[in-house]
Design a protein around this ligand. Structure first.
Ligand code: ZN
Length: 232
């Protein structure tokens, strides 16, 4: 029986080689999406244990956040950019869940992130999600939820309109542009501590707007984790 399994696994491997999504070397474990070497070489920020880290500073004076972090640095033409491109535009949904699990381990390993009782992915506008077929932030959230055991609440908040394009706007204009694009579910209970999840943080404008909307529900606290952090 084991022999048959081995043969069938090798055959499957021959026709559908399972490769690392970063360096494209072949991987033998079917549930691994990035090879061990690439995992060890990713540019980790180490922000999770740091008070007033660069991600938290983005929100200073704008919205109250309990703790915020990003797992990786985002730089152009890097392996991180490549991974994000695949989860956003190439339909690599399992890779997104896998990266979410890495984010979940980060949460478990950090004293500053003990306490969230709901994982809420940053919602996409409906037509965008329909076009893509999924919301990559929801898949990251699924991975986080699986590892940490914190329940996923993908419908806690929705995006009621797409934001206008962010290019060629001043910083102040960008923030103003974000008001009123989210609506909180009437089912969201009071006094919850939400872990808000997204793929990349740059200006933080969208996450700020989303956190502010969530905090309209009494007693809501928000922590934030993104897969990557892009320096401004
Ligand atoms: Zn690799």
């Amino acid at each position: 029986m084991q022999l048959l399994k081995d043969i069938s696994s090798s055959l499957r491997h021959l026709f559908f080689p399972h490769v690392c999504r970063s360096c494209f070397a072949e991987i033998t474990q079917p549930d691994q999406y990035i090879c061990t070497r690439c995992v060890s070489e990713l540019p980790y920020t180490g922000f999770s244990e740091r008070d007033a880290n660069p991600v938290e500073k983005i929100f200073f004076g704008r919205v109250r956040i309990e703790a915020a972090t990003s797992l990786l640095y985002f730089t152009p033409a890097s392996s991180v950019q490549q991974l994000i491109h695949q989860i956003k535009y190439k339909g690599q949904q399992k890779l997104a869940v896998y990266l979410g699990k890495m984010m979940g381990l980060e949460i478990l390993g950090s004293d500053r992130f003990q306490g969230p009782d709901l994982v809420v992915p940053l919602p996409l506008f409906r037509s965008r999600e329909k076009q893509r077929g999924y919301n990559q932030a929801a898949l990251l959230g699924m991975g986080i939820s699986e590892v940490t055991g914190i329940p996923l609440a993908p419908k806690a908040i929705k995006r009621v309109r797409a934001s206008a394009t962010q290019t060629r706007k001043t910083r102040a204009e960008r923030w103003q542009n974000m008001e009123g694009i989210f609506a909180v579910s009437p089912n969201l209970e009071e006094n919850r501590h939400i872990l808000l999840v997204d793929d990349v943080i740059t200006t933080g404008a969208t996450l700020d707007a989303c956190a502010s909307a969530l905090q309209q529900v009494k007693g809501t606290r928000v922590s934030i984790i993104t897969l990557a952090y892009a320096m401004q």
